[in-house]
Design a protein around this ligand. Structure first.
Ligand code: ATP
Length: 332
C-alpha cells in the first residue's frame, strides 16, 4: 500500500480534551514512513483522555499497530511527537513504561516454559516487584484471563487464543495506569471475546485508561467511551463515542405488505424524507427533522398497512462507510 490520500477530514477532528493533564495519550503529527517509502501513519493527533476506554479502530493495515509501537517507544517516528502519561516518548520511557501494561504482537514468551513460569520470568525481570509474592501475582493474572486451568501447560502447546490470554495476563501482572492492547481479541472465540470486553470494562471501572485496537469494530464498539477511526494511516475521526454516533442521521424503516411498498415510498418522499429505498417488505429513508409519529400517521392516513416502524441511528461502522465510501473490514 502507498500513502492513502483521504477525501475525508484529516486527523485531529474534534479534540477530546484540551488540557494535557487530562490526557493519558497525546500525539501531535505522529508520522511513520518506512524505508520502503510506505507511509503507515500520516500525521495523527491522538487524544486519549484519562479514564477512557479508547477504541482504536480501523481495517487491517490502516496503521494501528505502527502507531501503538511508536507510543511504546518500539518504533521511532519519522516526525511528530507522542506523549504517554505526560512523558515525551521515547525519552521518558524509563519513567513512564512501568506504569503502562502493553499487549503488542509477539510478546517474548518461552515456548518450553509453562504459562505460569513465563509470567514468573517476566515478573522477575521487574526490579520493583516483590519476589515473595511473585507466585500470587502470576496466579491472579492467570485467573483474570481465564487461564488458571492451563497454567501448568507449556506455552508451545497453547492455542492462539490461549497465547493471547497469556499476553493479557502479562500486561496485568501489576496494576497499571494505562493499558495498551493491540488486537486483544485476535484468535479468541466469541466467549473469549466477551471475556476480554468484560475485563476491559472492569479495569476501566477501577480507573485504568485503556487503549484497545481492533479491526473488528462491532467487537469493541460497545465497551468504548471514546473511539478513534483509522483509515490508510489517517485518523479519520475521534471523540466521545455517543457524540460521534449521535451525529449520524437517523434512518426510518417501515415494514409493510409487499403491494403497499410503492405507496409507502410515495408517502415518505411526499413528506420530504430523502434517500428513500425499498427492499422486500421494507421502505427506509433518512428521517431529517420530521417526527416519526407524523410519518406513521401519514402512512395510516394513506391506507398503507403499517406492520412495523423503527428509527435507527447509524453505528460506527455505517459512519465509517459513509466517510470513506468503503466497507470497514477491507484489507489494504
Ligand atoms: N516494518 C515495516 N516495513 C514496511 N511497511 C510496514 C512495516 N510494518 C508495517 N508496514 C505497513 O504499514 C501499514 C500499516 O501497518 P500496521 O501493522 O500498522 O496496520 P494495522 O492497522 O495494525 O493492521 P492490522 O490490523 O492488520 O494489524 C501496512 O500497509 C503495513 O504493510
Amino acid at each position: 500500500m502507498t500513502e492513502q490520500p483521504t477525501g475525508a477530514a484529516p486527523s485531529g477532528a474534534a479534540p477530546v480534551a484540551s488540557d494535557d493533564a487530562d490526557l493519558a495519550i497525546r500525539t501531535d503529527g505522529l508520522t511513520k514512513r518506512f524505508r520502503s517509502g510506505q507511509v503507515a501513519v500520516a500525521g495523527i493527533d491522538l487524544r486519549v483522555p484519562r479514564g477512557a476506554v479508547y477504541g482504536f479502530i480501523g481495517p487491517n493495515g490502516s496503521g494501528k499497530t505502527t502507531t501503538i509501537r511508536m507510543l511504546l517507544g518500539l518504533v521511532r517516528p519519522t516526525s511528530g511527537r507522542a506523549h504517554l502519561l505526560g512523558g515525551a516518548m521515547p525519552e521518558a520511557g524509563a519513567d513512564v513504561l512501568p506504569r503502562v501494561g502493553a499487549l503488542v504482537e509477539g510478546p517474548a514468551f518461552h515456548p518450553y516454559l509453562t504459562g505460569r513460569a513465563n509470567l514468573a520470568r517476566l515478573d522477575a525481570s521487574d526490579a520493583t516487584a516483590d519476589p515473595r509474592t511473585a507466585r500470587q501475582r502470576a496466579d491472579e493474572a492467570l485467573e483474570r484471563v481465564g487461564l488458571a486451568a492451563a497454567a501448568a501447560k507449556p506455552y508451545r502447546q497453547y492455542s492462539l487464543g490461549m497465547k493471547q490470554r497469556l499476553g493479557l495476563a502479562a500486561a496485568l501482572l501489576r496494576p497499571r495506569e494505562l493499558l495498551v492492547l493491540d488486537e486483544p481479541t485476535n484468535g479468541l472465540d466469541p466467549q473469549g471475546t466477551r471475556e476480554v470486553r468484560n475485563l476491559v470494562r472492569e479495569l476501566a471501572d477501577h480507573g485504568t485508561t485503556v487503549l484497545v485496537s481492533s479491526h473488528l469494530l462491532a467487537e469493541i464498539e460497545q465497551v468504548c467511551s471514546h473511539v478513534g477511526i483509522m483509515s490508510g494511516g489517517h485518523l479519520l475521526l475521534q471523540g466521545d463515542r455517543a457524540e460521534l454516533t449521535g451525529r449520524g442521521l437517523p434512518r426510518l424503516s417501515v415494514q409493510t405488505s409487499v403491494d403497499h411498498v410503492g405507496a409507502a415510498a410515495e408517502v415518505l418522499t411526499g413528506m420530504g424524507l430523502t434517500d428513500v429505498q425499498a427492499a422486500g417488505h421494507t421502505v427506509s429513508a433518512l428521517l431529517g427533522a420530521v417526527p416519526p409519529e407524523k410519518v406513521s400517521a401519514a402512512l395510516v392516513h394513506a391506507g398503507v398497512d403499517l406492520l412495523g416502524l423503527e428509527v435507527r441511528r447509524p453505528n460506527l461502522e455505517q459512519i465509517f462507510v459513509e466517510l470513506t465510501g468503503e466497507g470497514f473490514d477491507v484489507a489494504r
